[in-house]
Ligand binder design. Structure first.
Ligand code: HEC
Ligand code: HEC
Ligand code: HEC
Ligand code: HEC
Ligand code: HEC
Ligand code: HEC
Length: 329
């Protein structure tokens, strides 16, 4: 910095300090401290539970935030892609804050509440208006839900053509809540859709499987990972109910659903709406059926549970789409 600019900066700082002193300041934060011992409930020489949570969290995508730099500071994205953005959104603020990882204080407010209660506990409304209440999983739902409603997306343009409007089209990458609820897929007429996840999967939703305790720091708990980098699976949640699973492929459902997904993928590559990597192709012109089946494929793909989040709904959407696209109807 040049000497002149430095002087200017100091002047600006002085001016803002004077300005601050002159106006009546609104108190936005008060902290009453009875004694330091309350801090030591959490921060002491003996307690290791915060360290444990923190270590697990470092293995989660919430900490790594592969897309935080790209989407964290953007309007319309930061409420889900930035911890600070989410906190601001919950507080009803509209300004776009800077991007941070999704951190301890995004899900808890320990310095306000003095405990680890979750910031979100109420039922959540999904993009298509469905209200889903899955207890502690409601926190996850506030971000892990589709951003778009099938009813307003699978429509013709002004010319009456069915076009894939962009390479980012679809429900958006985290439609886990929608699949769990069994809603927001395109339901072709004349087919049956078994729409509910097994009720036991809905009890605490996401938490019962993804938070299931595990002795490995990179599986379950605050890592929220079902599979770690070495390929080990967290089956501890599943086996509280299913008892003898050795992988996620219970009753062969996962393998079966994956096969259907691949079958539909091939049909859509032939239709020209989806590329080999499974991304939608911008400006591809198709039919109502083609656009609807593309939506269903992206919904299944972007959920990424291979159907576990709702095996019946995933299977029925894929089967109907395959039947329609292969002209079996
Ligand atoms: C209910 C548990 C809890 C209590 C009580 C608590 N803290 Fe914290 N504190 C946390 C958590 C969780 C973090 C984040 C730790 C992490 O990053 O792993 C934290 C982080 C901090 C940090 C690090 C700076 C930051 O913002 O990340 C400071 C400083 C701190 N606390 C001070 C205090 C003081 C002072 C008190 C008492 C007035 C207190 N805490 C009481 C849970 C608590
Ligand atoms: C503030 C929004 C937000 C909340 C709340 C939230 N997540 Fe996430 N989660 C995200 C985002 C965004 C990503 C992807 C991060 C990236 O790619 O940068 C993610 C990633 C994940 C991943 C990793 C996906 C992968 O690629 O491996 C899992 C698993 C996950 N979240 C589960 C949960 C669960 C379970 C909860 C509830 C306890 C939860 N999330 C709460 C926004 C959120
Ligand atoms: C309603 C919450 C929400 C909003 C709003 C949102 N996202 Fe996401 N996004 C997520 C979640 C959750 C994930 C992670 C899902 C997963 O890992 O399965 C994600 C994942 C992504 C990914 C990663 C895709 C991949 O294949 O790894 C990108 C890129 C992304 N979002 C970009 C954006 C952009 C850009 C915006 C704003 C235009 C945006 N998102 C708005 C919730 C949201
Ligand atoms: C994406 C959201 C999310 C983030 C980020 C997060 N937590 Fe949690 N935390 C949870 C959920 C969900 C639970 C389980 C609550 C329940 O269902 O009882 C939990 C529970 C806890 C508990 C209670 C004890 C336990 O393990 O069950 C502690 C302590 C805790 N979190 C600390 C932390 C700390 C420290 C961080 C930061 C390193 C952190 N959390 C980050 C969601 C989160
Ligand atoms: C019945 C157990 C179960 C429930 C309930 C559940 N999940 Fe999953 N989830 C899984 C399994 C199994 C996978 C696939 C993991 C794999 O193949 O590695 C998965 C995959 C994911 C992924 C993709 C990244 C990853 O870890 O592979 C995200 C993100 C995710 N789930 C979030 C959620 C959210 C958010 C909820 C609640 C709305 C939820 N899940 C509810 C079991 C569950
Ligand atoms: C809270 C209890 C509970 C948990 C946790 C749980 N399940 Fe389930 N699951 C059930 C119940 C109950 C059913 C319905 C009855 C049945 O098919 O066994 C079911 C059904 C299923 C189905 C459909 C089976 C079919 O053919 O209809 C699959 C697949 C499945 N679970 C996989 C998993 C996986 C993988 C996990 C762990 C990631 C898991 N579940 C965790 C209780 C649970």
């Amino acid at each position: 910095m040049t000497a002149a600019r430095k002087n200017l900066m100091i002047l600006i700082c002085l001016a803002s300090l004077l300005a601050l002193g002159a106006c009546t300041r609104e108190i936005t934060y008060t902290q009453v401290n009875e004694s330091a011992s309350s801090c030591f409930d959490c921060h002491s020489d003996q307690d290791t539970f915060l360290m444990e949570a923190q270590l697990e969290w470092t293995y989660s995508m919430h900490a790594i935030g592969a897309n935080v730099a790209y989407a964290g500071g953007r309007s319309g994205c930061s409420e889900c892609h930035s911890g600070a953005g989410f906190e601001a959104y919950l507080a009803g603020e509209t300004a776009v804050p800077y991007a941070t990882s999704i951190r301890c204080f995004s899900c808890h407010a320990p310095h306000t509440n003095e405990d680890f209660q979750l910031r979100v506990t109420e039922a959540q409304t999904l993009a298509d208006g469905t209200v889903l209440d899955i207890g502690d999983g409601n926190l996850c739902l506030s971000c892990h839900k589709a951003r778009r409603d099938v009813a307003t997306e699978v429509v013709a343009n002004a010319e009456g053509d069915f076009v894939i409007p962009s390479s980012h089209w679809g429900p958006h990458h985290g439609p886990q809540g929608d699949l769990l609820a069994g809603t927001n897929g395109y339901e072709f007429e004349g087919y049956t859709y078994r729409s509910a996840a097994p009720p036991a999967h809905l009890a605490n939703g996401c938490i019962s499987c993804h938070f299931a305790e595990n002795s490995k720091a990179d599986l379950g708990g605050h890592s929220f990972n079902m599979t770690n980098a070495a390929g080990a699976m967290n089956l501890n949640g599943c086996n509280l109910c299913h008892t003898d699973l050795t992988d996620f492929n219970y009753e062969g459902r996962v393998a079966e659903i994956d096969e259907l997904g691949e079958e539909l993928h091939a049909l859509l590559v032939a239709e020209g709406t989806v590329d080999e990597d499974g991304h939608p192709i911008e400006d591809a012109v198709t039919t109502l059926e083609g656009k609807a089946a593309t939506w269903n494929f992206l919904f299944w793909e972007e959920d990424r549970s291979h159907g576990v989040h709702n095996p019946d709904y995933a299977e029925d959407l894929l089967r109907a789409s395959i039947a329609v696209m292969s002209g079996e109807k």
